[in-house]
Design a protein around this ligand. Structure first.
Ligand SMILES: [Fe+2]
Length: 390
């Protein structure tokens, strides 16, 4: 029996090397004449950007360029939305990593709001801290990822931060926010700085693994998760070690990140994301770095707890066996070794370097939640994991 599940999927997806060159044609087919381009500074400087601008110009499509960096904040989204609302843009295009795509997504919503209903801060629509339901309308949105990580190009939410002691990271979320068109061009990822590739790739692998082992996994998410996880895990290990220039591997990683975005809201995530979120609000640690540090030890603890009652977790052990086959290792224990090696290859900065201290462990343990994890982990286990990481 297929159990109850829901899904919000991308309108159109174009995937393949050099597909960015098709973007002007796709934009023209949709009748857009002025684009608000929200881009990362590294894309802005790239030869692909120069060629895109020339192509758009040649087709009579004008642009307003908005370079953005860092994870989106309330202030940044509010300011950018006001500017975009005042320019003649009939669509927003985000080209960059997960933070750039989240910024573009939030701006497509808030610029529409400002243009047609008057300015209001995005904070009022955020889950948990806002006082208004998120609006269901936005400007048309096109997403072009240049990293393989959050899967923002496929999700219906944007994570907006406010840093500091009263800080938060909260979602602007609505079914209507899944981008209308996604263009995934793996050639844009070749040459990605190693640290960015490692952190974003570990986020994608974490999202896939948490969705795959989730109590709320369903046949749809399972069918996509296993293949994507097999590809993404192997590809990440190879691009971080010996094959950084292999477009095919960046394609596998990009595909994995996209699929993680498609399935994670449907299947649900687990302990790693329940802890990584509050960590990101405490200190400016990149989301993928927090996930990367937690992925191996949390998964190890989950497997250890499931082994105490294997009959109740037959499904998860079978899944780990299938994953082991794709990663060409022997069984669940070697899946754990593979994850540890992946983290080691990544060479993530220690969490203490971002300012984390042992004094913060109790509050992080308190905010941790089982979510869709297949088994509960005690506060002692979670505290033990964090004390080795800080
Ligand atoms: Fe994530």
């Amino acid at each position: 029996m297929v159990s109850r599940f829901s899904l919000s999927a991308t309108g159109s997806l174009v995937f393949g090397p050099k597909e960015l060159s098709n973007l002007p044609r796709l934009v023209s087919l949709r009748g857009f004449s002025h684009l608000a381009l929200v881009v990362s500074p590294s894309f802005q400087r790239s030869p692909e950007a120069s060629s895109l601008f020339l192509q758009l110009q040649a087709m009579g499509i004008s642009t307003s360029l908005f370079p953005v960096s860092g994870e989106p904040t309330v202030e940044q989204v509010d300011a950018l939305a006001t500017t975009v609302a005042a320019c003649p843009a009939d669509a927003v295009v985000g080209i960059g990593g997960g933070s750039v795509l989240d910024t573009a997504k939030a701006v497509s919503v808030m610029a529409y709001q400002a243009r047609f209903h008057g300015s209001v801060s995005v904070q009022r629509f955020l889950e948990g801290v806002g006082d208004l339901p998120p609006p269901g309308r936005r400007l048309p949105l096109i997403a072009v990822p240049t990293t393989a990580g959050t899967g923002s190009e496929a999700t219906k939410n944007a994570v907006i931060a406010r840093l500091g002691p009263q800080g938060f990271k909260k979602s602007l979320r609505h079914d209507a926010y899944v981008p209308d068109l996604v263009v995934i061009d793996p050639t844009l990822l070749v040459g990605l700085p190693r640290g960015v590739a490692a952190a974003s790739g570990l986020d994608a692998v974490t999202q896939l693994l948490e969705s795959y082992l989730s109590l709320n996994a369903n046949p749809f998410t399972d069918a996509l998760a296993l293949d994507a996880l097999g590809r993404a895990g192997k590809a990440l290990a190879l691009v971080l070690t010996t094959h950084a220039g292999d477009v095919g591997l960046w394609g596998d990683l990009s595909y994995g990140a996209y699929i993680s975005g498609v399935i994670m809201a449907s299947a649900g995530l687990g302990y790693v994301h329940s802890i990584a979120g509050p960590m990101g609000a405490l200190h400016p640690v990149p989301h993928g770095v927090a996930c990367g540090h937690l992925l191996a030890p949390v998964t190890k603890a989950l497997v250890r707890e499931m082994e105490l009652n294997p009959k109740a977790h037959v499904v998860q052990f079978e899944k780990l066996d299938r994953l082991a086959g794709l990663w060409e290792v022997e069984g669940p224990q070697e899946v754990l070794v593979f994850l540890e090696e992946l983290t080691a290859f990544a060479g993530l900065l220690p969490l203490a370097r971002y300012g984390f201290t042992h004094a913060e462990i109790p509050s992080l343990v308190e905010s941790a939640a089982q979510r869709s994890s297949p088994v509960a982990l005690s506060k002692e286990i979670l505290g033990g994991i964090l004390s080795k990481l800080f």
